[in-house]
Design a protein around this ligand. Sequence first.
Ligand SMILES: Cc1cc2nc3c(=O)[nH]c(=O)nc-3n(C[C@H](O)[C@H](O)[C@H](O)COP(=O)(O)OP(=O)(O)OC[C@H]3O[C@@H](n4cnc5c(N)ncnc54)[C@H](O)[C@@H]3O)c2cc1C
Length: 509
Amino acid sequence: MNPRTQSLRPLLFLLLWQTGRRSLASAPELQNQPRSIAVVGGGIGGMAAAFYLRQEFGAGVGIDVFEPDAVGGRLATVKIGDHEYETGGSVIHPLNLHMKHFIEKLGIRPREDVHSKMAIFDGKELTFEESDWFLVNFLRMLWRYGFSFLRMQMWVEGILDKFMRIYQYQQYGYSFSTVDRLLHAMGGDSFLTLVNQTLEEVMMGEGFSQIFLNDIVAPITRVKYGQSVRINAFVGYVSLAGTDSGLWAVDGGNKRVCSGLLYHSKSELITARVTSISLKLRPSKTGTTTTFYEVNYVGESGSAHTLYDIVVIATPLHQGKSDITFTGFSPPIPSHYPGRYHQTVSTLVHGLLNMSYLGITEPASQFTVTDILTTDTRGCAINSLSSLDPVHIPQGYQQPPASQAKVWKVFSQQPLSQEQLRDMFLSWDSVSETRWLAYPSYRPPQRKTPPFILHNRLYYLNALECVASAMELSAMAARNVALLAHHRWHQQAGKIDQEDLHIRLRGEL
Ligand SMILES: Cc1cc2nc3c(=O)[nH]c(=O)nc-3n(C[C@H](O)[C@H](O)[C@H](O)COP(=O)(O)OP(=O)(O)OC[C@H]3O[C@@H](n4cnc5c(N)ncnc54)[C@H](O)[C@@H]3O)c2cc1C
């Protein structure tokens, strides 16, 4: 790790805290504030938006969050026996500073660390099994792939350094009107190139071999995004960063952050599905016309509508994800942007693993691998197979060995058939399947990314997900949109789309 970055990171985190406090204290005077804001979607993006909107606009504004289903969205758990297990978004990078900031603020602990060990499966046998000894892993990698592994880590570190710039920009209140401008501010043209080339192209260009890509990189993109190395290189980088050490999760389940932010932001949860948003003009006292957004929704007690000054859409505007229509806007706003969401089926099985499925002859009692990634080979129907620990680790918890029935999570693109289940497990007593439209199908070159600003005071948070999907990116987009909404309301153009911020702010740390 670059020692300069290492020393900057704790500072960044400290600053994030301080600036969070400062902007709350200096929220502008109430008379000039919006009266009501709607957030559509109660996942991590929507709840982070509510949190940051409250921080920017102060206590006087009413914030309503619309969510027809469970709060948390793609952060969800299922109960098996006496414990809950993550079925959607599960791991968080140690340098995801927004997520870290949220749990600190909410007084939630990270989940206790549990042992993990990785292997790679090619559909017939394990082609790699991590050793408990660092030196053994290092020498094996060196023997097989030369210094590729180290070079990959350095490549990811280099991108991470630029990625981290966004925290400083946001701490100083800067925001960006488009995804391209935000990416450019972080990493210049090189970040835009990452979005428009495949991970395979970029890594081959950097001198990595096809064998290394097939054996090591593809299993990572498959477990993280269910897709091959032909995803865009930016989301590819996010996948590779997701194999760093120190990954964590929230004690009690990641979705707790969403309900915590809802409570902390003092927002109102409206259990309803938004069906349409219409532009409404109303004459004001001063004789001018004021624009409002009419949010139409359907809840348990029927349909209703409410007028808002500002609206933030915090759900993907894509086929199968939401069906909101926009009326009265010129140019028109589409209900769906181009591109589709990739299906990942998450199947949680409480059962006894069939060791011969993995081509293993050693006794199950000695098999301590927890995460089995898969290569992109024909005939390998699954993306990964992981031994799951509960969202809360009870005192004295011991990971059961593979010779005992325990909870396994299988990621696959299609639902598992009974035959596939029988291949993988000798027996089982429960199977719980969640079919997610999990993240976009990343196929570079990236068509034009959707805008953050759909209309004057109507914002779209999930625009950022079109380049990479992760909890932290939703939180980052939420902060950007909250800042953007604030600066545009108060006409503070100097805080939007500023160039060369990393040079201008260099002396500030
Ligand atoms: C299987 C899986 C594994 C993943 N693993 C990881 C991981 O390990 N680490 C990581 O960082 N990320 C992971 N992710 C990605 C991460 O979960 C998402 O990027 C993140 O949760 C997206 O949050 P969001 O709030 O932007 O969207 P969502 O969570 O999708 O929230 C949108 C909300 O909007 C609601 N909604 C939709 N339409 C309407 C409407 N018309 N009116 C009102 N509300 C509406 C939905 O019900 C939903 O609750 C994973 C995702 C999946 C599915």
